[in-house]
Design a protein around this ligand. Structure first.
Ligand SMILES: NC(=O)c1ccc[n+]([C@@H]2O[C@H](COP(=O)([O-])OP(=O)(O)OC[C@H]3O[C@@H](n4cnc5c(N)ncnc54)[C@H](O)[C@@H]3O)[C@@H](O)[C@H]2O)c1
Length: 332
């Protein structure tokens, strides 16, 4: 798909961080962008800056999302691109020792369910409702009607201690991509997921400086957190058709890597060069790689999250909907 002024896009979480960078990148390429977010002040400011519109949308609510699409489509026409970056979750270790009681505190099923709603269910909601609108669009070149981009996380493959909710729900997002894409392929709607490493967004910058320093130091090259605009540029790279199959893209924190290897079944892959630059022994996973001990080109390799140790990676958790009583235990 060629992005220009004939293309409209919806970006969730567009008021901040990776969503904001995606909205800026799409607008700079000429697209008409609608930002879906619950942060009205920041969302309006970004919309003004990029010449788009802001829609006060809570991704947890079907009604709110439907109303957001109505507003965006009335202003810009049916979107051909939907980039979903917003998420909300709670954090917690499965069992955390509680000094006061001398026993263990369990992350509740309710907290777990909230995270699954805020990450996985919301991803399905956004993708399927956007696809419903795209389905009646005129097809473009190659029969393409639209593009859905979901945001997982490197934690989808390599979640750390305390990321039981976040990691498993993000893995669900990656799991959503293939059946969604197969369901929608006859309609010419593509679906991809990006697994960012650690990026310098407000979500992460709340972590203590020493943690951020150690995360930056663990990045192979360059030794820093990813810049949001690097994520935005990766979103733009999803717009031309580059593969007939859906992909899950992954990479180290500061340098998102694009994997055009088609997904087969449950395969999640990164290219070999990124894997060899990551700390820790690359682990092979996925179709054709499960029993292999080689990490050559084409192997399915799971990188460690920014090379961080098991407890040093802060868990991105939306503060917008995180109750203060949320149990912690991520090491963040
Ligand atoms: N920053 C990282 O290092 C990193 C790493 C891996 C994955 N991710 C993923 O990237 C995505 C974006 O993260 P970010 O770092 O840009 O975060 P961010 O906090 O900078 O931005 C998140 C945006 O989502 C909005 N939002 C939160 N709850 C919402 C809701 N219920 N409805 C609508 N909008 C809501 C917030 O207002 C905010 O504008 C998330 O899905 C996150 O899990 C981020």
């Amino acid at each position: 798909m060629k992005v220009d002024s004939n293309i409209s896009a919806v970006v969730t979480g567009g008021a901040s961080g990776l969503g904001k960078a995606s909205a800026q990148a799409l607008a700079a390429a000429g697209a008409k962008v609608a930002i879906f977010d619950i942060n009205e002040e920041q969302g309006e400011a970004v919309a003004k800056e990029i010449g788009g519109i802001f829609c006060n949308v809570n991704i947890m609510s079907e009604e709110s999302v439907v109303a957001g699409f109505e507003k965006a489509r009335a202003a810009h026409g049916q979107e051909r691109i939907m980039v979903h970056c917003a998420m909300t979750a709670r954090r917690g270790k499965t069992l955390a020792f509680d000094k006061a009681s001398g026993g263990f505190k369990r992350t509740s099923t309710e907290d777990y369910e909230f995270g699954v709603q805020g990450i996985l269910v919301a991803s399905y909601r956004m993708a399927s409702l956007s696809a419903l609108g795209m389905a009646s669009l005129e097809p473009m070149e190659d029969g393409e009607r639209g593009l859905l981009v979901l945001t997982a996380s490197v934690a989808a493959q390599d979640a750390q201690i305390g990321q039981v909710i976040y990691g498993s729900a993000k893995a669900g997002v990656n799991g959503l991509v293939l059946p969604l894409a197969r369901d929608l392929m006859d309609l010419g709607i593509r679906c991809n997921s990006i697994m960012p490493g650690i990026f310098a967004t407000p979500l992460m910058l709340g972590a203590p400086q020493n943690v951020l320093d150690s995360l930056a130091a663990s990045v192979p090259f360059p030794k820093r957190l990813g810049k949001p605009e690097e994520f935005g540029s990766l979103v733009l790279r999803a717009t031309p058709i580059s593969t007939a199959r859906p992909s899950v893209w992954t990479g180290p924190s500061a340098w998102p890597r694009v994997d055009h290897t088609p997904l087969r079944g449950r395969q999640l892959s990164a290219d070999a060069s990124s894997a060899t630059t990551l700390r820790g022994r690359p682990r092979l996973r996925g179709v054709g790689a499960g029993s292999s001990s080689r990490s050559g080109i084409g192997s399915a390799v799971t990188p460690r999250a920014g090379g961080s140790t098991a407890t040093s990676m802060p868990e991105p958790v939306s503060t917008a909907s995180t109750p203060s009583a949320t149990p912690s235990g991520t090491g963040a």
